[in-house]
Ligand binder design. Structure first.
Ligand code: SF4
Length: 355
């Protein structure tokens, strides 16, 4: 059976954010971590999925009342905190409680906005597509929801896809919905100038997620979806994004660059604000010590600055292991696995950038 190299938007985004992070995440078996926004986001998604589970009695949602849905969310969050207590980066009781409250808000908003609405066509639906002209590259994505928008919605947002008052046969009356649990204020760009609004929203319009997802839908279903919606649960606002063939060409180009980077083992260490919550910070240092230098008034610069050193769980293996060669696309599952038995982090040997 043919082996595929699986490509998702998360994988591509991680690679271009920091190649070393991608290497640790996809080519090793180093322990994963989590943080409150990631954990909370996943749990909120699962809770919304549960809200749509078919109840025994006929009613719109699985829970009888909003109060029951919120109570159940709180229990879910307690269970998640207990289950993940050893994996949380920077544990903090106050941040954990803040996420519980944020979850209440997201669930309550979702309930109020969707109770009377037609249920989604699909929830957490997986789409995959074998990319043409790329050897065994399988593009995949999991759509949070597929929904049927009203004709008014489509006419307002995509008037150009109507022919003689009818939706073009190229299109399905379907929206791909991304449930976003980020903290967002009440009004989007409310007091901004038009230029500020355009610049503020630009990243959403060119983001890979809507492009990959609308492309996946088009290729697997044979029709284009009307568009993609970022649904911000914390303020019940949405932002609509449309994609076209020009976006798909750029996406395929980005995927080619990504594949070439992986094959040639171009793992660039790109430190930035994302390091703070990186699962592989200790492994990335490759040292058994981590350092901290206290910010100090520059006028006091002297030979006496205190640098503190903290021991890190990283250990270098004694025995050499197989090199991660990537001449042909192959499944990461088939690569050598590193299974640390203790909390120690055993680095691959040699690391690709040490050859
Ligand atoms: S700590 Fe920063 S530089 Fe190191 S792998 Fe993680 S994101 Fe990359």
């Amino acid at each position: 059976m043919a082996r595929y190299f699986r490509v998702s938007k998360s994988s591509i985004l991680t690679f271009f954010r920091c190649g070393v992070q991608w290497f640790f995440e996809y080519l090793t078996n180093l322990p994963r971590r989590t943080d409150y926004p990631r954990l909370g986001g996943g749990e909120i998604h699962q809770h919304i999925q549960l809200i749509h589970r078919t109840p025994k009695q006929p009613r719109p949602f699985y829970f009888r009342t909003l109060k029951a849905a919120l109570g159940s969310w709180s229990h879910r969050w307690d269970r998640a905190l207990e289950r993940e207590k050893d994996r949380i980066i920077l544990p903090n009781a106050e941040a954990a409680e803040k996420m519980r409250l944020h979850g209440y808000k997201c669930i309550a908003n979702y309930w109020k906005a969707n109770y009377q609405k037609i249920a989604p066509l699909a929830i957490e639906k997986r789409f995959k597509y074998l990319l043409p002209d790329m050897q065994n590259i399988l593009l995949y994505g999991i759509f949070d929801q597929l929904r049927t928008p009203s004709l008014e919605f489509i006419k307002k947002n995509r008037p150009e896809i109507f022919i003689n008052g009818q939706l073009s046969p190229e299109y399905d009356p379907v929206l791909i919905v991304d449930l976003n649990s980020e903290y967002v204020g009440k009004g989007f760009y409310k007091d901004d100038s038009l230029e500020e609004k355009i610049r503020g929203q630009f990243k959403m319009n060119v983001s890979l997620e809507p492009v990959i997802y609308t492309y996946l839908y088009n290729q697997t279903m044979g029709k284009r979806p009307v568009g993609f919606v970022y649904y911000y649960l914390s303020n019940n606002n949405y932002i609509f994004v449309r994609c076209d063939d020009q976006d798909y060409q750029m996406m395929l180009y980005i995927i080619k660059i990504f594949i070439e980077g992986v094959r040639s083992e171009s793992f660039t260490k790109a430190a930035g604000s994302h390091c703070r919550y990186c699962d592989y910070l200790e492994a990335c240092s490759e040292r058994s010590n981590l350092y901290y230098s206290e910010p100090t008034d520059f006028s006091l610069v002297s030979d006496e600055q205190i640098i503190q050193s903290f021991s890190s769980p990283v250990i270098q293996p004694q025995a050499r292991q197989l090199k991660f060669k990537f001449k042909v696309p192959r499944s990461p599952k088939k690569l050598p696995k590193l299974r640390p038995k203790s909390s120690k982090i055993i680095l691959p040997d040699p690391l690709p950038w040490r050859n």
